[in-house]
Design a binder for this molecule. Structure first.
Ligand code: SF4
Ligand code: SF4
Length: 188
């Protein structure tokens, strides 16, 4: 991404940024310094962060973010988000509490980086967790079940070799999470 930002070819950058996935914060600073407009994708981590109000205020406090891309499904959600932003940036104590929560909760959240791949059994680990997220948080249960059943290798094919877990930079308990996702998504 830095190479792209330095190329002079782009006017804007769009990248994931939320309290759980804030390790790329430096990219927003870099883009800002290059006078490139920035869009923060997934400020609510795909619905993973329960306190939407604080999550939005956390991102909006970064002066190097020009625009937040938030999925909204009703006028009420638009109003709630606008009201949250009207409250201004989080106070330092609120920021500390939110980051503390994220540090704990982050052990459950797949960032879809793909470092755990390849799985010798052929399981597409990040896609399994992505579909589980759609099932749990997007009210798209039917769609998630259908997509899961279309995968060439279900999570139940896991042989607990542990290769993926040593490669995950976020120390996710992948095998336990896969078993949980499979129970949910492969159900009759
Ligand atoms: S533990 Fe399971 S999911 Fe992970 S690499 Fe081994 S077989 Fe694949
Ligand atoms: S390495 Fe960890 S965070 Fe990255 S895709 Fe795999 S399970 Fe998700």
């Amino acid at each position: 991404m830095k190479v792209a930002l330095d190329s002079g070819l782009f006017a804007t950058m769009m990248f994931s940024y939320n309290v759980v996935e804030n390790h790329n914060k430096g990219l927003f600073t870099h883009a800002h310094q290059q006078k490139i407009g920035t869009f923060a994708m997934k400020p609510l981590a795909g619905g993973f962060i329960p306190d939407a109000r604080r999550a939005l205020r956390y991102i909006a406090a970064n002066p190097h973010v020009n625009c937040l891309l938030v999925g909204m499904s009703s006028p009420a959600e638009i109003e709630a988000n606008v009201m949250a932003l009207d409250e201004g940036p989080l106070a330092p104590e609120e920021t500390r509490q939110l980051e503390q929560w994220a540090a704990q909760a982050g052990y459950e959240f797949c960032r879809r980086c793909g470092y755990c791949l390849p799985c010798p059994q052929g399981i597409d680990i990040p896609t399994v967790f992505l579909l589980e997220g759609y099932y749990d948080r997007y009210e798209l249960q039917g769609w998630a079940l259908e997509r899961y059943r279309a995968l060439s290798t279900p999570a139940s094919a896991c042989r607990n070799c542990g290769l993926c877990e040593v490669k995950c930079p976020y120390l996710l308990p992948i095998t336990a999470k896969l078993a949980k996702a499979d129970k949910k998504l492969a159900g009759d």
